[in-house]
Design a protein around this ligand. Structure first.
Ligand code: CO
Length: 139
């Protein structure tokens, strides 16, 4: 294992839930450590962040049914895994590199996400099976 490059680290898993308070209680009981709740109006979500080791789980409740996460829940009433986020150190350079590789970008420019960190989503057509987010942590 020693000489295998580690690759992009997972920053967090985003999970869409219909009821944030109920979901929070369940994930706390599971053993994740609750960090806080935040409304991210630009994404139409209220999010509760948990730590689990070096990674996080981000529960997302839609602020309205016609938001992206609200529409996601239309087909999955009980919720479901919505996206996987990878951590990068220079998100602008990484977006340019991925665009050169032929990836389609939802966000051509990084935007401010939960926690004030810089984020960008890749187009789901580019990453079969998963919606992928990039995160550059701003601490
Ligand atoms: Co996320």
């Amino acid at each position: 294992m020693g000489d295998i490059p580690p690759g992009l680290p997972i920053d967090h898993i985003g999970i869409a839930v219909p009821d944030l308070a109920a979901a929070r209680a369940q994930y706390e009981a599971l053993g994740l450590h609750y960090q806080g709740t935040e409304e991210v109006v630009s994404q139409g979500i209220r999010t509760a962040v948990f730590t689990c080791g070096d990674q996080r789980v981000e529960l997302m409740e839609p602020l309205s049914p016609d938001s992206p996460v609200g529409r996601f829940l239309e087909k999955r009433e009980r919720g479901g895994i919505h996206h996987i986020a990878f951590g990068v150190t220079d998100i602008k350079t990484e977006l340019a590199r991925l665009k050169d590789q032929g990836f389609l970008l939802v966000d051509e420019e990084p935007r401010i996400g939960a926690g004030g960190h810089l984020i960008a989503f890749l187009h789901p057509k580019s990453t079969p099976g998963a919606l992928v987010e990039l995160v550059q942590r701003v601490d």
